[in-house]
Design a protein around this ligand. Structure first.
Ligand SMILES: C[S@@+](CC[C@H](N)C(=O)[O-])C[C@H]1O[C@@H](n2cnc3c(N)ncnc32)[C@H](O)[C@@H]1O
Length: 124
């Protein structure tokens, strides 16, 4: 399968946001085709990820791509704020949160990737 999206700042996020302990949980709040999640799951064998996307068709593509890691993924089809508002009781508190999007600038017509990621130190 050919994927449309190239994961932005991939090596950087893999290095800086990789797990610091065992069995960490990451939230990929913009899973898209699953490029970032795939890279994290393949590099870090005990990392678990919540894969969220509001677009169910693209989440289905991610599910296929991430099939071999399915036992370490919790998929959620919907808006990320709704996921957090009704956080599943069976999941532990997440350690890392990642959000990506692509902006198209009207002056240059160039698409630029932007990635916002953070390790979570507070959980209210
Ligand atoms: C640029 S793609 C992410 C690509 C992905 N990181 C990868 O490496 O393949 C952004 C995705 O975020 C989803 N999205 C945007 N805002 C969202 C939100 N608030 N909640 C859930 N999904 C959202 C879009 O449907 C889209 O599929």
């Amino acid at each position: 399968m050919e994927y449309v999206h190239t994961p932005v700042l991939l090596e950087e996020v893999l290095q800086f946001l990789g797990p610091r302990g065992k069995n960490e949980l990451m939230v990929d709040a913009n899973t898209g085709e699953g490029g970032h999640s795939y890279a994290f799951l393949s590099r870090y064998p005990d990392l678990k990820i919540v894969c969220i996307d509001v677009d169910n068709a693209i989440l289905e593509i991610a599910k296929k791509r991430l099939e071999k890691y399915a036992d370490r993924i919790y998929f959620y089809s919907g808006w990320s704020n709704e996921f957090f508002a009704d956080y599943p009781s069976e999941l532990r508190r997440p350690d890392t949160f990642s959000l990506t999007w692509v902006a198209v600038f009207s002056t240059t017509r160039r698409a630029e990737g932007v990635l916002v990621s953070a390790r979570m130190n507070i959980w209210i």
